[in-house]
Design a protein around this ligand. Sequence first.
Ligand code: ARG
Length: 270
Amino acid sequence: MRFLMCEPRHFAVNYEINPWMGPNIGRADPVVAHAQWDALADQLVRAGATLDVMTSQPPDLPDLVFTANAAAVIGRRAFLSWFAKPERQPEHVLYGGALRKAGFEVDTRFVEARLPFEGAGDALQLLGGGLVIGWGFRTDLAAVDVLVDAVPGAPAVPAHLCNPHFYHLDTCFCPLPDGSALWYPEAFTPDARAMLTEQFGPSRGIAVTVDEANEFACNAVEVGGRVFAHRWSGRLRRLLAARGFEAIATDLSEFMRAGGSAKCLTLRLD
Ligand code: ARG
């Protein structure tokens, strides 16, 4: 498994583009953040992952560390994001460069159309190749059709997000490699919830509680049977263990101040 990550040397919370950030402006500790990022990277590597690491960039792009938002990588193609928020829009240039360097064919249709789409923050692949695409906060509904046209053969379901604290799909939905998923039903509109309940009902879905959701339990990364997140409740550890996964907590408190956690800090490249 290969991931794109970005060194957090210029990470900070110095603007507010999601509800987690406002109370934390100026409060992320850069030294602690760097240590937490190093620990996550180290654990991913020990679980068997390979990392492509982007070097950090000047202080005016503090969210560049959240590489999940760079693009949706599908096969050899990387569909580059056009950020909904002006604060993050300049990031596409750096992500495009990093993805080309990593050997991907970079598709810029969202950037050219100025059509909000935030990559693997909102577009997640299921076992079998289908896609779930979160929309409503950062990704436009129109982007769902554009992606579907670009990737014929991959069934895609739009999932309308309605809770501003869970503004990206990867904050409230985490597909696992056995075909199950962790998810927070209350983050979705009734229609989207019904659609996901059909696919991820009691047999295949692990619904998280509000407290677990607020710890970003759904913002998890799986490598070789280990599932990494900021914090795990005993309940979720047991439910994951019953499916053969080992839940591992890795403190990401400083990134949570920006509204991101383990999954946001990584972009799966294969
Ligand atoms: N501060 C960043 C933003 O609001 C956090 C991004 C988190 N990324 C993610 N894939 N959920 O855009």
